[in-house]
Design a protein around this ligand. Structure first.
Ligand SMILES: CC(C)(COP(=O)(O)OP(=O)(O)OC[C@H]1O[C@@H](n2cnc3c(N)ncnc32)[C@H](O)[C@@H]1OP(=O)(O)O)[C@@H](O)C(=O)NCCC(=O)NCCS
Length: 164
């Protein structure tokens, strides 16, 4: 259950970053990364709300010293909404977000559908999502209030079965 376990089940060797469920005591570290990552960072209350949802998947990646990144995903009906993902600036481009996404897919299971919104200018994140098969389906005009930027809406649908 999101926010209630702190177990590590990666099978990684000692010293390598571990992926695990986020817990409430991670939130100061989460907020520190959040504030270095976004123009309009989430508040503590927003993270607390997400961690309190029993059906959510909230993951963190850390070594023995510090949190390096996190991912927050909520399920509404039968669709997973990727709400937030961020990696500490000095640890980007080393595959951390990729590992978080891969763990999300494992935990959500086969056949899951995903959607997300991303700033239209966030080409790095869009490239990452496209690598996982997310496809743009439209825009939400002026979605971001700080600068009036559009959100790109992306979806990842399970592959359709091949007709015999
Ligand atoms: C987007 C973000 C989470 C990616 O995290 P990351 O750990 O650096 O991502 P990865 O190392 O797993 O990158 C996987 C692939 O995504 C693409 N990618 C990631 N960041 C990129 C960038 N800045 N520019 C271009 N491509 C990028 C690349 O294809 C990359 O593979 P490569 O490094 O082999 O070329 C990170 O840049 C971040 O925290 N950004 C600020 C917060 C943010 O924008 N979050 C997304 C909100 S929707």
């Amino acid at each position: 259950m999101a926010g209630q376990t702190g177990s590590d089940d990666t099978g990684q060797g000692a010293g390598s970053p571990r992926i695990r469920r986020l817990v409430y005591s991670d939130l100061p570290s989460v907020l520190a990364i959040e504030r270095r990552s976004f123009q309009t960072p989430w508040s503590l209350a927003m993270f607390v709300l997400e961690l309190s949802k029993p059906s959510g998947i909230c993951l963190g990646v850390s070594d023995e010293r510090a949190l390096a990144g996190y991912l927050v995903c909520s399920r509404y009906a039968d669709v997973w909404h990727l709400m937030n993902v961020a990696v500490a600036p000095e640890q980007r481009r080393s595959g951390i977000a990729t590992r978080l996404m891969e763990r999300l897919f494992e935990e959500a299971g086969p056949g899951a559908r995903y959607t997300l919104e991303v700033r239209a200018s966030n080409s790095g994140a869009i490239a990452m999502y496209e690598r996982f098969g997310f496809r743009p389906v439209g825009h939400r005009r002026r979605y971001y209030h700080d600068n009036g930027e559009d959100a790109l809406i992306m979806w990842l649908e399970p592959a359709a079965p091949v007709e015999a």
